[in-house]
Design a protein around this ligand. Structure first.
Ligand SMILES: *[C@@H]1O[C@H](CO)[C@@H](O)[C@H](O)[C@H]1NC(C)=O
Ligand SMILES: *[C@@H]1O[C@H](CO)[C@@H](O)[C@H](O)[C@H]1NC(C)=O
Length: 479
């Protein structure tokens, strides 16, 4: 692998360094000739190298693999092949010619660049050759991956498609910018909140479908799908949306007028909570809305999805405010960053974990409302269209090793469950109904289904009560 990257490094050097067109000539300094014995190596030998810029060049026979695919030291030929190559005394001739891209049937002149999906290609010179040099990163919208999965749709249970929003996006960037949860295994051992009545709890085994969005007593109380844009903030977004749902279930509010502000959490949590737009920790989001509360979206609107970064906190609470929060009293007269007079502030009780088992999670959703879950995301998830998503199983990464070990974590909101049924009417392919945060244009109107237990989805399920006083009552009852 290193050796492939070496070549890419050379290209980057060629691209970046001005006047580096004839790097091979200009750099005809001793390399192989000053190596400790042996100067040259007779077979492939990855230890047979010399430092070259901030990379390596090689003095073994394997280094030359064709004119534009080699990582030999500049003096390899003269030292190792006995050829007497001398430094040019006159400037090397200007290479001429253009580059040809067979995939589009287009010509490019020297120095011209273009994008091949997510990869930058440039027409450059290597020695006397004019050649097209392209980055070789994996792109999210990969036709091969899409047809591979869709051919196995019957067996995998879901299908995939291309998304315009992922055009030109590299897999590695998507994992950073569209997800945003730093996994926190300590949450898995947090005290859980098992239901009080074991009968209700076991009774859930026979409830094969429930969708909180269609519970007639909760119409208008469950938040829809958001779009986090290009910033990895699912740790905070799923937290405020679950909290807002819980709030509207506890208070008898007709419909949640305003979402809760995710920017409030992003900008005002301390540094340990997050790594800019690259993700954060859900425990800090829950802790924040307990200790400092959170305002409504109209008071502190979301901006990081557009700007791609997280600005400093623009909402300041006074000591009196903090005291009110500590005593579970409503904070009023908030100075909203948006200057609206209609902003509201809410604070919450402590978050609790829901036990890692299907019936516990079912019970929680049915009787207490939506929950937050964290899942492991691999590249095919970005392409989900419909069906019951599962992690892996497509074999694609076994055939394409570059896809192995590409994963990151994402937090989402579970709203219910369902199943497909076999010919005897028995449930099979049981799944959770989940709200994602990539807008309504993604997946099934912004939602997706994922098989029970898939992608670690049941391992860190978190929720809170809508009102801190509820929790206090509950707590004292249990002690
Ligand atoms: C290479 O050429 C130079 C001058 O042309 C000569 O002095 C030198 O001995 C030659 N070296 C070899 C290894 O043939
Ligand atoms: C609707 O939601 C309420 C409150 O969460 C719950 O008690 C009730 O059982 C749900 N209704 C149905 C039909 O599941």
């Amino acid at each position: 692998m290193t050796r492939i990257f070496f070549f890419v490094n050379i290209l980057i050097l060629l691209l970046n360094a001005t006047n580096a067109r004839y790097a091979e000539w200009e750099e005809l300094k001793p390399y192989c000739s000053v190596r400790p014995h042996p100067q040259c190596c007779a077979s492939r030998d990855d230890d047979c190298f010399m430092p070259y810029y901030d990379s390596r060049c090689y003095c073994d026979v394997f280094c030359f693999r064709g004119i534009d695919n080699h990582d030999c030291c500049p003096d390899h030929d003269s030292v190792c092949k006995g050829e007497n190559v001398s430094l040019p005394t006159t400037p090397a001739p200007q290479p001429t010619g253009t580059c040809y891209d067979p995939s589009t049937n287009r010509q490019y002149s020297l120095g011209e660049s273009f994008r091949r999906d997510c990869n930058l290609c440039r027409c450059i010179t290597l020695g006397f050759e004019t050649t097209l040099s392209c980055e070789e990163d994996l792109c999210v919208n990969n036709d091969e991956l899409i047809s591979h999965i869709n051919q196995q749709q019957q067996y995998l249970g879901y299908k995939v498609r291309k998304y315009d929003k992922f055009n030109g996006v590299k897999v590695k960037d998507a994992l950073n910018q569209y997800l945003g949860t730093i996994p926190d295994r300590s949450l898995r051992t947090m005290v859980d909140n098992a239901p009080d009545n074991p009968t209700d709890y076991y009774g859930m085994d026979d409830v094969h479908a429930y969708d909180i969005r269609s519970n007639v007593s909760l119409v208008g109380k469950i938040r829809g799908v958001r779009d986090q844009g290009k910033c990895g903030i699912s740790w905070a977004l799923s937290t405020v949306d679950v909290a807002a749902d819980r709030l509207s279930l506890v208070h008898n509010i007709k419909s949640p007028k305003e979402p809760l502000s995710v920017q409030n959490i992003l900008s005002c949590t301390d540094k340990a909570a997050k790594d800019g737009c690259q993700g954060g920790r859900v425990a800090y989001a829950w802790g924040f809305i307990k200790d400092r509360g959170v305002v409504t979206e109209n008071c502190y609107p979301y901006e990081s999805g557009q700007t791609g970064h997280i600005d400093e906190c623009k909402l300041h609470l006074s000591d009196a405010d903090l005291q009110n929060i500590a005593q579970h009293r409503k904070v009023t007269n908030i100075q909203c960053p948006s200057n609206t007079k209609d902003g509201e502030h809410f604070n919450f009780g402590p978050a609790y974990r829901v036990r890692d088992e299907v019936r516990s999670i079912k019970y929680e959703i049915r009787f207490r409302g939506p929950v937050q879950a964290t899942m492991r995301v691999t590249p095919e998830f970005f392409l989900y269209d419909s069906g019951v998503y599962r992690c892996g199983g497509s074999n694609f990464e076994r055939q394409n090793p570059r896809y192995a070990n590409l994963a990151a974590y994402h937090s989402i909101r579970l709203l219910g469950w369902g199943a497909n049924y076999d010919q005897q009417g028995q449930p099979k392919d049981q799944y959770w109904i989940v709200a994602n945060s990539w807008g309504t244009g993604w997946g099934t109107s912004g939602y997706f289904h994922i098989g029970f237990g898939e992608c670690e989805i049941q391992e860190t399920v978190i929720a809170t009560y809508g009102k801190s006083t509820e929790v206090l009552k509950k707590k004292s009852r249990r002690q």
